[in-house]
Design a protein around this ligand. Sequence first.
Ligand SMILES: [Ca+2]
Length: 274
Amino acid sequence: MLAGSLLAWADEAPRVQSAGSRIVLAWQADGQPVRAQLLAAPGRVIGSADACYGDSNSIIVVWEESPADGSDTDIHAQKFSAAGTPLWGAAGIVVNDFRGHQRAPRVAAVPGGVVIVWQSDSAGPRNNNIWCQHILNDGRARWATPAAVCTARGDQRAPAIAADQDMGVVIAWEDYRKGHADIYAQRIDADGAPLGSEDGVAIEDAPGDQRNPRFARASHEALMLVWDDYRPGFSAPVQVQSDLTHLPVPEPHGVLVMAVLAAWYARATRHGVR
Ligand SMILES: [Ca+2]
């Protein structure tokens, strides 16, 4: 097992519970359970959080944090060793504290560190955009500034992220540029450059809302994107799944093409019932 490698997704994901003033973490290191706790500074509130495995059985946790009045929300991160010791200083690092609200952070391990993605309303209300940053194993930002994933008009929110097989990441999100919720995605290379068309490609923009994208691994090779689809004609949202393993693939001539959505299928399921 190559700890911290792209194989890390094969492990059960670290468990993250965030509740107001603290985050409780539980994960496996060398088959042993590890627990750690992260406390908000006095007067600070912790919101949504996510975690992934890092190198040497560490975990990297990311969270949104704000003052008690919620006037400004920023993205923070911390790394814990396999012994549960914080490694990026006592308070962790600030990933992004630009103006406005940075929210809904998600993290994926990549060679040398992690890529953290979030939504930001720094461009104005109802204009959340998607940004990401590569944080190295030692806690330093790899890119001089965060990389823009999507800055299209309207809201882009609720990003999901997964490592691709080429040192980069695939990011998907809810996109409201056409008024209702659609699913868009973009591939970002190891230098923070988008490999797809500007502001991403539409994965599904059918009538009605498509929401809550999240990644799953169908096999070692296939990277599946799943979302909840509220299109007209369905009595309940269905889960739709699409293979994004090769999204988008640079062709030899430099032309970017969408992956063939060969594995596209829909499976009717009652919302919230497994
Ligand atoms: Ca902020």
